[in-house]
Structure formats: structure tokens, C-alpha cells
Design a protein. Structure first.
Length: 477
């Protein structure tokens, strides 16, 4: 296909995307808003209380308490039913916008942001971007109000072999200059994956010099990899997937070791203590390992997620079942084992260091916005109290990305990021996914209308668009 044809396809796709969200999905009101009625879980207390009133002005919460006559004068009143609960917006610190559609993984910079927001996910860290420039464009469209979406804390490219063209021979100076460049473009945190013991200290040092954090998908120490224990001692801020330590020897892979863990062994107790003593956050990505295998009710549907895909994608995937193949039996075992691991870490005193992290780039069966609720459900199913799981999804994530003073709870002087659900999540955590309204920076969205606006539009609409946007992989070529 010619370059001019590719540009025409891309231009048409952008116009279609920006016209996709109906005006009914978003309130056009500005100025003061007051949320009244219903119940409140503020992310500070462990209880659900009667909502005393939340006064919002300029996208910021200015009062949690009975609104005055002055507050109410000319305000947009958001009335909740007596059965509804308002929650802080979820913060997903491992929120891939990349998807595995048509046999190739790439960032979905079209309407995926709408799916996150419709599920009450108001802040996301993509945890490594394949096309950082396109993700920056998406972030900027969201911030300009051209497209609904969460706050997007840009992660820039991967640091390590997960990044195309990464060389183990890179000098420390070249890594620093690369970080300087992406920070100048708005990178808010770094994702290391496939990084060596030589390069990780350089990344951590330069990131901290810029005042940003580092998260790492690490290994056992086998070959040229880094065990999470050693990364913690280097000063890393967050660890993904594996706790590491002596329970994860360099003689086998991290995946093998997780299945064999004795979560009450001295080796595991030592790594729990290391996380706690160094105040390192753990992105357990618990539900990631249960997808497709459907080991329990956590992975049930409450919305027809595949209906969001374009007819073209659904047709290609139906003709190539390999594209949506289940994960391995090993992943199912990891899911089961990690439930006991995360509960043991919580019991050891690590509750404030666990974060909501979905991972799982979608292959078209389930999507990350919905997976935020599955992750919270899986945490509760592991034995973590519902209130603690909700804090994991909100205030813990805010602290983990260095934004605890602005995000993560419903308190004065914080951004007005919240969502309203039907029912009480403390009695049944599955009520978190009964989202009616979402507020992001004081802007109100109707959750059902947002999802309806995406139906049949996620992913490329044709082979021309799939080629133009680089979606086609070996099975879809």
C-alpha cells in the first residue's frame, strides 16, 4: 500500500475515533459540582459511611462535608441513589495499552482509553510502550479534552531487551541521555524489562535524579538478569510479578520458582521483610495468570467485552483460534500459588505496599479496564479484606507513583477523580464493576454511554488500517 494511502487510512481512523463518543456520555457542565446522597468509601478509612457531600471546583475536591448555600448556588448537583457508593478512581500501575490482536502486539492508541475510564480507572501507568510517540499523542489528546481517558502517566520505551534495538553494550552515558530525552517528552516513570545488572543501577540513578520512579519486570538472576532482591538493594521503587530472593535461585526461571514457593519459608519471610524495610511496592499482577484458563468466577463476564472489537478483528480471530489461545497450565498454577503469596505478604505487614496492576495485554477476550475489577476481586478471593483491596486499587497506587498528595482518596485539595457504583463493595467486592458514573478531574461521564460509544470500534476496522497501523503479525499477514 502506498504511503499516501496509509496516511488517508490513518486520517480517517482518527476522525472516526474522535467522533465516536456521544455527547450523552459526558456532562458539559463546568464550575462547581456537588455529589450528594448515597455512601462514601474515601480511601482513607476502612469503612463505608453516609456521603456527607463532596464539593468540587476547578476539577479539585474543596470540601467533603455538608455543602453550604454558597456551594449549592449554581452548582451541578450529582444525586446518588441510597444504594450507591462513591469510590476514589482506580489507579492501575501496570496498565498496558498494548494489545495482542491479529498476531502482533502493539499499543492501541485509538479508543482503549475510553474502556479504562468507563470502568472507573482514572489513572494509568502503561508499564512500557512500544510506540512512545503515539502514546504521547494519545496522552495529549486526553489532556486537551479531545478524547475521554484516564490520566496517562507516560512510561516511555522499555529499558532492557524488551525494547527493540536495545543493546547490552550501551554505555551509562547513552542510557542517561536517553532517559533525559524521554523525561523531556513527559515520561513520568520508567519500566525496566530484560535489563542487566550493569544497566539497572544507571537507570535507577538517572530516574531518581529526575525525580521519577522505576518499576521492573525482573528475573531470578539467571544469565544476565537481575533478581528482585538485588534490584531492591539498588534502589528500585516497584517490582512486578515476582518477589525474588533466595526462594528464586538463579538455577531456574522466575516462573518455575513461583510455582515451587513455600510462602511461609524463611526465604520468603526474608523477602517480605526486605520489601517492607526498603518501602518497595509490589505489583503482584495476580489476575494476569488466570486469564483464559478461567480457573474461577473472577474471570466471568459481566459485559460482552469482545463486542467492543471491530467486526474485522472478530472475523480474523474467529478464523485463527491460535490468536486467542489460552495461557499455559504453568500460568494457572502461578495464579493459584500467587494467591497464597500475596496473602502471606499482606499478613507480614506489606498491605500498604501492594498495588493494583493488571498487566495482561488483551488478545481480544478481556480488556484491561475490566481487569482492574478482576484484580481487586482476586485479591479479596486471596483473603485480603475488601477495604484493604480498595485501598490497594486507589491510595496505594497513588503513593507508588509519587502522587499520594493529589490522587488516591476523596479528600480536600485532591483531584476530583472518583466513580459511582451500584451496591456496597465492602459486602460484595464484585459491586465495583457496577459502574454508573465516572468523574475525572471534575468532568462527569456516563459509564454505559462510554462503553456503548466503543462497541465495534476497538482495533483496526479493515486490512488496510491493520497494515497502516502495524497490527498484522505472522498469523494475520
Amino acid at each position: 500500500m502506498s504511503q499516501s494511502r496509509i496516511r488517508l487510512v490513518l486520517a480517517a481512523a482518527v476522525v472516526s475515533m474522535l467522533a465516536a463518543v456521544p455527547r450523552a456520555a459526558v456532562s458539559q457542565e463546568t464550575g462547581t459540582a456537588v455529589v450528594r446522597g448515597g455512601w462514601l468509601f474515601d480511601g482513607v478509612r476502612d469503612t463505608r459511611v453516609r456521603n456527607p457531600g463532596i464539593v468540587i471546583r476547578g476539577g479539585v475536591i474543596i470540601k467533603v462535608g455538608a455543602p453550604s448555600d454558597a456551594d449549592l448556588a449554581g452548582a451541578q448537583i450529582i444525586a446518588l441513589a441510597d444504594t450507591e457508593t462513591v469510590l476514589p478512581g482506580f489507579i492501575d500501575v501496570h496498565a498496558h495499552y498494548s494489545m495482542n490482536l491479529l498476531g502482533k502486539r502493539r499499543d492501541e492508541t485509538g479508543l482503549y482509553s475510553v474502556v479504562f475510564l468507563a470502568n472507573g480507572v482514572t489513572t494509568t501507568f502503561p508499564a512500557g510502550e512500544f510506540k512512545p510517540d503515539e502514546m504521547i499523542d494519545l496522552r495529549d489528546r486526553i489532556e486537551r479534552g479531545e478524547q475521554p481517558g484516564p490520566r496517562l502517566f507516560s512510561s516511555g520505551p522499555y529499558y532492557g531487551t524488551a525494547r527493540a534495538g536495545w543493546s547490552q553494550d550501551l554505555t551509562a552515558d547513552s542510557i542517561r541521555k536517553d532517559i533525559d530525552y524521554w523525561v523531556s517528552r513527559g515520561m513520568r516513570s520508567i519500566k525496566a524489562k530484560g535489563i542487566s545488572p550493569k544497566d539497572l543501577p544507571v537507570v535507577i540513578e538517572r530516574a531518581h535524579w529526575h525525580g521519577i520512579t522505576v518499576s521492573g519486570h525482573l528475573e531470578s538472576g539467571r544469565g544476565n538478569s537481575v533478581n528482585p532482591r538485588d534490584a531492591i538493594l539498588m534502589g528500585i521503587d516497584r517490582v512486578d510479578h515476582f518477589m525474588g530472593g533466595d526462594a528464586m535461585p538463579p538455577t531456574r526461571s522466575a516462573y518455575e520458582s513461583v510455582v515451587l514457593e513455600d510462602v511461609n519459608s524463611p526465604e520468603m519471610k526474608a523477602i517480605y521483610r526486605l520489601f517492607i524495610d526498603h518501602h518497595v511496592y509490589y505489583n503482584t499482577t495476580l489476575s494476569t495468570y488466570g486469564h483464559v484458563a478461567n480457573p474461577d468466577e473472577v474471570f466471568d463476564y459481566w459485559f460482552d467485552e469482545p463486542s467492543l472489537l471491530t467486526p474485522y478483528v472478530r472475523q480474523i480471530e474467529s478464523l485463527n483460534p491460535q490468536l486467542t489461545r489460552p495461557y499455559s497450565e504453568q500460568f494457572r498454577k502461578i495464579y493459584v500459588k500467587k494467591q497464597t503469596e500475596i496473602k502471606a505478604f499482606y499478613d507480614a505487614g506489606g498491605g500498604s505496599l501492594i498495588t493494583l496492576a493488571t498487566d495482561a495485554p488483551s488478545n481480544g477476550l478481556r480488556f484491561s479496564g475490566f481487569n482492574a475489577h478482576r484484580e481487586v476481586h482476586a485479591l479479596v478471593k486471596s483473603g485480603i479484606p475488601a477495604a484493604a483491596a480498595l485501598k490497594i486499587a486507589t491510595i496505594n497506587g497513588a503513593h507508588a507513583i509519587g502522587m499520594g498528595d493529589k490522587l488516591g482518596s476523596i479528600e480536600p485539595r485532591k483531584f476530583a477523580d472518583l466513580f459511582v457504583v451500584r451496591g456496597d463493595p465492602l459486602t460484595d467486592i464484585r459491586n465495583t464493576h457496577k459502574v454508573r458514573l465516572v468523574m475525572r478531574g471534575g468532568q462527569v461521564y456516563d459509564a454505559a454511554a462510554l462503553l456503548e460509544s466503543v462497541k465495534g470500534k476497538l482495533g483496526p476496522a479493515s486490512s488496510d488500517e491493520a497494515i497502516a497501523k502495524g497490527w498484522l503479525g505472522p498469523l494475520g499477514s
